[in-house]
Design a protein around this ligand. Structure first.
Ligand SMILES: [Zn+2]
Length: 328
């Protein structure tokens, strides 16, 4: 005996009748019956339209081929995906419910694509995109599965906001079964390269540079050689051929070392900018020197903004390279 249940409103037998007498039952893979209307489905989907053209079986079996004389079409989609899709086909029934959760959206997208319902495809894709911020890895997996490069790229960029595959999230999501490990490894490579490039930018700020004592000194306090309190200030040395070179104040080198660690693993402009302004230990060192405590905050604030832009620009460049390799 076939067991089946009725779908929730508006696709239960009673609520579907409010639109007009239902004349078709779509049965999901998990045996949930959606009471629908041929005219409306035929109108939104050429695939459904063709489906209705088949002559009914000669021996109609109650509960399998028909229910109370209404024909049943067995579909391969589970009920949660079918519900999301049908809500989009019945605009008067559309509620936030249909698209406010990423669960099953990829199945609904696959169904919309299969049944050729372009409006639903567009709406579901927009809904999937809205989860990029919270679920970038799941969205990236969906993008890989359906071959959607723009979505894949946006999701990949979002992964840069945090450590790669942060462990405090759930990774049992079904989307991960859709993609081969090679795609995840490529995403990891993108994350690593963005981190390496961001770290290089940070390193640049502490570079040892040629020194000319007659030139006007930099206004950056950590690059100023004279006028600091004891054990502070940029220091002059000689390079391996005896030419004078100078390095920024030790506190600045330590500080930027900490910033480098942050951007290497969270390579995004905001994290970089925040790390520059996160003085913590550095403040103790700065406060030992009058010159540095007077001028550093202002200049670090400018550096913070510049670094934010620099890291984002660098990520743009790395993303461009990976776009050519293929993000999905
Ligand atoms: Zn100083």
């Amino acid at each position: 005996m076939t067991t089946f249940t009725d779908a929730l409103p508006p696709f239960s037998r009673e609520t579907a009748a409010e639109v007009g007498p239902p004349d078709l039952i779509l049965r999901s893979s998990d045996s949930v019956d959606f009471h629908t209307h041929k005219t409306l489905l035929g109108f939104v989907s050429p695939v459904f339209q063709d489906m209705f053209g088949f002559p009914p079986p000669t021996q109609l079996k109650e509960g399998v081929d028909v229910r109370d004389a209404i024909p049943i079409v067995q579909l391969s989609e589970p009920s949660d995906a079918l519900r999301k899709l049908l809500l989009l086909c019945y605009p008067q029934a559309l509620t936030n419910e249909s698209l406010d959760n990423l669960d099953g959206l990829y199945l609904a997208y696959g169904a919309a694509d299969k049944y050729q319902i372009p409006n639903a495809t567009t709406a579901i894709l927009a809904a999937i995109s809205s989860f990029i911020k919270d679920e970038p890895y799941r969205v990236h997996a969906i993008a890989c599965h359906f071959g959607l490069p723009d979505l894949g790229k946006s999701a990949a960029r979002q992964t840069l906001k945090d450590f790669f595959l942060p462990t405090d999230r759930k990774y049992g999501a079904p989307e991960f079964a859709l993609v081969p490990a090679s795609k995840l490894l490529r995403l990891h490579r993108f994350h690593v390269e963005c981190g390496e490039n961001a770290a290089k930018i940070v390193k640049g700020y502490t570079a040892t540079l040629p020194y000319d004592e007659h030139a006007t000194e930099s206004e950056l306090p950590w690059r100023v050689v004279r006028g600091h309190d004891a054990n502070c200030g940029a220091f002059v040395d000689q390079d391996n051929v005896g030419s004078p070179v100078y390095s920024p104040a030790q506190w600045f080198q330590n500080h930027m070392g900490a910033v480098e660690e942050v951007v290497r693993y969270q390579p995004n402009g905001d994290a970089a900018a925040k790390a520059v302004l996160d003085y913590g230990e550095t403040l103790r060192d700065i406060s030992k020197c009058q010159l540095c405590s007077r001028d550093s905050a202002r200049h670090l604030s400018v550096l913070s903004d510049n670094l934010r832009e620099g890291v984002e620009r660098s990520n743009d460049h790395t993303a461009l390279v990976f776009t050519q390799l293929g993000f999905v």
